[in-house]
Design a protein around this ligand. Structure first.
Ligand SMILES: Cc1cc2nc3c(=O)[nH]c(=O)nc-3n(C[C@H](O)[C@H](O)[C@H](O)COP(=O)(O)OP(=O)(O)OC[C@H]3O[C@@H](n4cnc5c(N)ncnc54)[C@H](O)[C@@H]3O)c2cc1C
Length: 392
């Protein structure tokens, strides 16, 4: 063993890539271990939205929404080929749980948190224009609101962030599986399999950004850090074989009132999601949509777009890491959590949960948490102005 890094990051999902980029921009020496491929985990199985998260206002997550809206604006600027502003429609029916005034109040607060500029504007669609809404059912329809948020390709965005980190000097080992680490007075010693060959390295700080594998990785760190109580929740999406919509529709599932997005997707298809089902398997890589989840999503499309003749052509499932709790899954906070093994000069930081949208701000915050453990280095760049380009 001879290689010394400032940070060793486990996982090249959006959080690992984001922390690697922020650290490399700060001038630190960074290694990243990814067992499979960049964005192989949750970061290719999300709803692919870069959004403030309108519905988090129902949980009063005002800080999260404000930050996500700020990051959305930044990403529209630094990643214009990867993040696209898109019209979103919210239909309100006689039977839906959220009334027209509640939706209007939520959108007003959303606009306020978005700084009231052009992308924060919303309006009520005139009744005379309803026929132009992709065949949206008008049975019981009372109002339709249009606002703006953004759509991305999550895997492409993650690859772009990882590439940016590499350009700044981060070293990506892939496929490289983290095996174990020992924390000592100078930092940590990491053992991994690099392309099947046993290897090791030293780092000042180990960053556990293994997404739904976070506690499996934590269990291999000695001495073992406390592991927060979490629940793994599966969210499934289906891809329909034809285009149902040109814009994004944010609807209430008639079955249980949960929010579901119906979105245009690549090659004239439609992406629909998501569900929330406790994941009980032992390996997150095995997550796959249940038949009942697929039928649930298809029923939502049939309710709102009864004229669409579509079939499910494929499906995928991602896993959310949520703090364990008594409140319903849908109501639990989506705020990211960091865990370190000690308050002062931590040698390990673990990332729990988080949003694709706020990865950059979250990465800067993670770096701040461990900065007292890192040597002083000359900053190379600022992540707020590093342009992100799609990779081939
Ligand atoms: C269904 C769903 C929909 C979502 N929709 C949105 C959305 O629309 N907008 C939004 O902003 N956010 C959304 N999110 C949240 C967002 O997608 C996630 O927070 C984010 O992708 C998690 O990224 P991550 O890097 O933490 O984890 P992951 O992307 O899972 O990355 C972890 C990586 O660690 C690697 N790894 C694990 N163990 C090891 C090991 N031992 N050695 C080496 N590598 C290892 C894995 O291979 C994986 O690549 C959604 C989440 C879900 C589940």
């Amino acid at each position: 063993m001879n290689t010394e890094y400032d940070l060793a990051v486990i996982g090249a999902g959006i959080h690992g890539a984001g922390i690697a980029q922020a650290a490399a921009a700060g001038g630190y020496r960074v290694m990243v271990l990814e067992q499979q491929a960049v964005a192989a985990g949750t970061s290719s199985r999300s709803s692919k939205l870069i959004h403030g998260g309108l519905r988090y206002l129902e949980q009063f997550d005002v800080r999260l929404v404000r930050e996500c809206l700020r990051e959305r604006e930044l990403l529209l600027r630094i990643a214009p080929r990867l993040v696209k502003l898109t019209p979103f429609y919210i239909p309100v029916y006689r039977q839906t749980r959220r009334s027209s005034w509640e939706v209007c109040a939520g959108l007003s607060l959303y606009a306020l948190l978005g700084g009231l500029h052009a992308h924060a504007r919303f309006h009520r669609v005139m009744r005379s224009q309803w026929d132009g809404l992709d065949g949206l059912s008008q049975d019981g329809l009372q109002a339709v609101y249009q606002y703006w948020d953004a759509q991305t390709d999550d895997a492409a965005l993650t690859r772009a962030v990882m590439r940016s980190a590499e350009i700044l000097g981060a070293r990506l080992f892939m496929p490289a599986r983290f095996e174990e680490a020992r924390l000592d007075e100078h930092g940590c010693e990491i053992h991994f399999h690099d392309n099947g060959v046993s290897s090791s390295a030293r780092a000042r700080v180990l960053v556990n950004a293994a997404g739904p594998w976070v506690n499996q990785v934590a269990a291999r760190i000695h001495p073992q850090p406390a592991r927060p109580d979490i629940e793994l929740i599966q969210g499934s999406h289906v891809i329909l074989d034809a285009a149902v919509v040109d814009s994004i529709y944010y609807v209430e599932a008639p079955q249980d009132g949960r929010a579901v997005f119906i979105m245009p997707w690549h090659n004239g298809t439609t992406l629909v999601g998501t569900t929330e089902t406790p994941f009980t398997g032992s390996d997150p890589a095995q997550a796959s949509p249940l038949d009942s989840e697929q039928q649930y999503l298809l029923a939502v499309v049939q309710r709102y777009f009864p004229r669409a003749t579509v079939k499910i052509s494929s499906s995928f499932a991602g896993i959310r890491v949520l703090p364990a709790g008594k409140s319903g899954i849908f109501r639990r906070s989506r705020e990211i959590l960091y865990a370190t093994e000690r308050e002062f000069q931590p040698r390990m930081l673990a990332v729990y949960g988080g949003k694709l949208t706020s990865y950059r701000a979250d990465a800067e915050r993670a770096l701040n948490r461990i900065k007292q453990s890192l040597p002083s280095r000359r900053r190379l760049a600022d992540t707020r102005s590093l342009v992100l380009e799609p990779q081939n």
